[in-house]
Ligand binder design. Sequence first.
Ligand code: AOF
Ligand code: ZN
Length: 363
Amino acid sequence: MRRALALAARGRYRTSPNPMVGAVVLRDGRRVGEGYHRRVGGPHAEVEALAAAGAAARAATLFVTLEPCDHHGRTPPCTEAILAAGVVRVVAAHRDPDPRVRGAGLARLRAAGVEVEEGPLAAEAVRLNLRYLVPKLLGRPLVTLKWAASLDGKIATAGGESQWISGPAARRWALALRDEHDAVLVGIGTALADDPRLDRRLGLAGGPGTRVVLDRRLRLPPTARLFDGPGPVLLYTEAAEGPAWEALAGRGAAVVRLERVEPAAVLGDLARRGVGSVLVEGGGEILAAFAAAGLFERVTGALAPLLIGGRAALGPLGGNGIGRLAEAPRVESLRWRRRGADLVFEGVREGCLPALCASVGAS
Ligand code: AOF
Ligand code: ZN
């Protein structure tokens, strides 16, 4: 299953909105075939692995990171391919919450006499597929909060200089995150201060993503650099239609009026537009708003080995902060690694994985 998860992760940039899925065929303790879902609309992982195994799949065990599908979607049901190949045992990390599956894939296999086991490495599989599972189970996009800070927790000097705190390797890592998410989101403060392009510069996803600015009073100038790049631009505002609105719409932005531009309303609208994952890149007020609302799953970023200091220098999260430590949202399963001289970290909001695991039949 660990191998199947590693294979699944190879589909990271090309599978949205579909899941990342990996599969391994084991026969007499030997790996005789493996595969993964390469891109949305392409063959499912099970089919790739079974094709690789060929006749060796007869009487074999199939390990797969997600319950096999039992429906005709863009491709035929994997359950049929599994039965046709003569597989006698299927081990799935967890159930598929897709309403067309939801246990029906495993039930079909069981009914046909296949031995079925579910659960191994479920938490790992859920963590890998947050971007597939969160929209299906919570009805809103996956939210990743991201920042870069100095080792002493500053995102800029007291004078506001922030380019660059992290080194080139960590910056490239941060850019890759954009290719992993359907949308990138910033607040108007950051949009005005940095004039970011918010684009997918590495080309890992093979197409542009959605750029989102939370702009309560429509202060974004139509000359902003993000209008130069490809892909949809979404502006959330509380402002009424008028010249500013028209100018921005004239640049191709979809301007969306909300009663209050706050995380829950924004995520609700993004979900309606089919956005399944959002990378929140700042600034501090926006990151704090999502954190305070508890509307996030992943927290990630870079810590650079320099000390900035300064009473007036900002940290990653603004807002009013929490009142008491006992109320602070916590992050668990924290992982970190080196990227050049920097540390990059990634954790999951406490309680998030257990709840999602329970929803897909894994405890
Ligand atoms: C995948 N890849 O390896 C597996 C999937 O888009 P379709 O029609 O190919 O089907 C997508 C659904 O198929 C998806 O929501 C999930 O329920 C199931 N399994 N999907 O894209 C795979 N095994
Ligand atoms: Zn399938």
